[in-house]
Ligand binder design. Structure first.
Ligand code: SF4
Ligand code: SF4
Length: 482
């Protein structure tokens, strides 16, 4: 398991603990295709170095970094620890060192593991450095070439044998709901036993949302009134199992806005968790199956209501580029993928909105704002609801600490980031926190609970659905946990 506490000592003086000044000295400008390549050999990675020649971090992309440091204030790990090697610039430097012959050691891996993959640095970078591509390439190499500890392997094995499998998650739902209804979960939490014995498992347990009844969707839902578009809908793994109400609300809103909604029963995981954690072959398998599931559905768009899933599905062309049987189909699929807020803005409203008298703070999910560039659409949809007042959250660009499974693998920094986000949310004075990703909802809910400041929590589409249905604002009142 990665021990992130080591990063708290800024400037630890390690072999990979270079400073900006040192980096400036190492990189000598040279160009290829307009990229600053520094001292990197354009051929294969140096023998004995961290990377093999199977898609190593791209030297040309590394060369694009001019070490300006504009990304630093938006990087959550740099904000927490002030450590150069836990900044985007520092991690890019480590990739360069790895290409030049530095071995893949525990320290390199710890800095790569500590990255949340939030892509705030991609938004902030004035030079257009494609850190998203670089971290994915690096993580793929880490997972293939680095031997993790037995406990780390066991935890990752548990996570990846459960979360990307909707049927297995469904099996977990029943017992988990029973534990929640009997209060056993809260009793266990109060003992602090799990926290002491297995902090990662305690983090997983603490994040589980309060489960309601399952809400299965039919495979075909007809539009209300005149059909304007036929869309496919991703149910998602965690979304489908833990937030079925979000999927029901999505289907209702799409229907009310004139969409026939197709929900193929054969769909499974989109591969986002695997892709973001260096498990490339697994992600590719999931992507192929999802392309198959929607292939003959006749849909014009594939609608997604989970930010992490949407960002990966939009990248299927790159994920399956080397697969001759799927490359073209994956590219065609990716072109049709839209976040639910994008499709609703594209269509324009036809269903009347009813007033919701409440103040709402909107939290940008990193994989929606930074990875997909979708910021204005959710705000537009919320702003158009009569009576609703929208509040902005300070430090909006900084991740809440969820980041897929980051808050399970790295509970300590994730908790710090969650508490920081919760404090900023509470400061808005809003009654309801709204976001567009199941991971963020779980992370922020548990942080707000810790802050002792009850708030309603909802997905953007649930608020829109309530307005269209004419539901009262009280449906978003906080539920208190005894
Ligand atoms: S902002 Fe971009 S160019 Fe500047 S240090 Fe960060 S990644 Fe490099
Ligand atoms: S992806 Fe996020 S955590 Fe990782 S380097 Fe960029 S800003 Fe920092």
């Amino acid at each position: 398991m990665t021990d992130t506490s080591q990063h708290r000592d800024a400037g630890s003086g390690s072999s990979t603990g270079g400073t900006l000044g040192e980096m400036g000295a190492v990189v000598e400008p040279s160009t290829r295709d307009g990229h600053d390549a520094g001292a990197i050999d354009w051929g294969t990675p140096a023998p004995g170095g961290a990377f093999d020649d199977q898609s190593p971090p791209d030297a040309a992309l590394i060369g694009d970094c001019v070490h300006c440091g504009f990304c630093l204030p938006t990087c959550p790990t740099y904000v927490l620890w002030g450590e150069e090697m836990d900044s985007p610039r520092g991690r890019i430097y480590l990739m360069k060192e790895g290409l030049e012959g530095e071995p893949m050691n525990d320290e390199l891996v710890s800095h790569i593991d500590a990255c949340l993959g939030c892509m705030a640095c991609v938004t902030a970078c004035p030079s257009g450095v494609q850190y998203d591509t670089l971290i994915e390439q690096t993580r793929n190499q880490v997972e293939r070439r680095h031997q993790r500890s037995a406990s780390d392997r066991a935890l990752r094995g548990l996570i990846f044998s459960l979360f990307p499998h909707p049927q297995r998650l469904k099996l977990v739902r029943g017992p988990l709901r029973l534990v929640q209804r009997t209060g056993l979960d809260r009793a266990l939490r109060r003992t602090g036993l799990l926290e002491r014995l297995a902090p990662q498992l305690a983090a997983m347990e603490g994040l589980a949302p309060k489960l309601g009844a399952p809400q299965p969707l039919p495979e075909y839902i007809r539009a209300t009134g005149e059909r304007r578009m036929t869309v496919g809908m991703l149910v998602g793994c965690v979304q489908g199992a833990f937030f079925p109400g979000v999927n029901s609300a999505t289907a209702r809103v799409l229907r009310a806005e004139g969409c026939d909604v197709v929900v193929p029963a054969s769909q499974g995981c989109c591969g986002a968790l695997s892709a973001h954690n260096g498990r490339e072959p697994e992600a590719q398998d999931f992507a192929r199956r999802l392309v198959d599931a929607f292939e003959d559905s006749g849909v014009e768009r594939v609608v997604v209501n989970a930010a992490g899933c949407g960002s990966t599905m939009k990248e299927y062309a790159a994920l399956l580029a080397d697969d001759p049987a799927y490359a073209e189909r994956a590219a065609g699929f990716a072109e049709r993928v839209r976040d639910v807020s994008e499709i609703l803005v594209e269509l324009g409203p036809v269903a009347p909105r009813h007033p919701l008298e409440m103040t709402v703070a909107y939290h940008d999910a990193c994989h929606l704002a930074h990875a997909q560039g979708v910021r204005s659409e959710p705000r537009q949809l919320l702003d158009a609801i009569p009576g609703l007042e929208l509040k902005e959250i300070a430090e909006a660009e900084i991740c809440c600490g969820s980041a897929g499974i980051y808050n399970i693998l790295n509970p300590e920094p994730a908790r710090e980031l969650g508490d920081r986000k919760a404090a900023n949310i509470v400061r808005t004075g809003a009654q309801v926190l709204v976001t567009a990703n199941p991971g963020c909802l779980m992370q922020v809910t548990s942080a707000i609970e810790r802050a002792g400041h009850p708030m309603g929590m909802a997905h953007t589409i649930e608020v829109l659905d309530a307005s269209i249905q004419g539901a009262p604002a009280s449906v978003f009142a906080p539920t208190t946990t005894p």
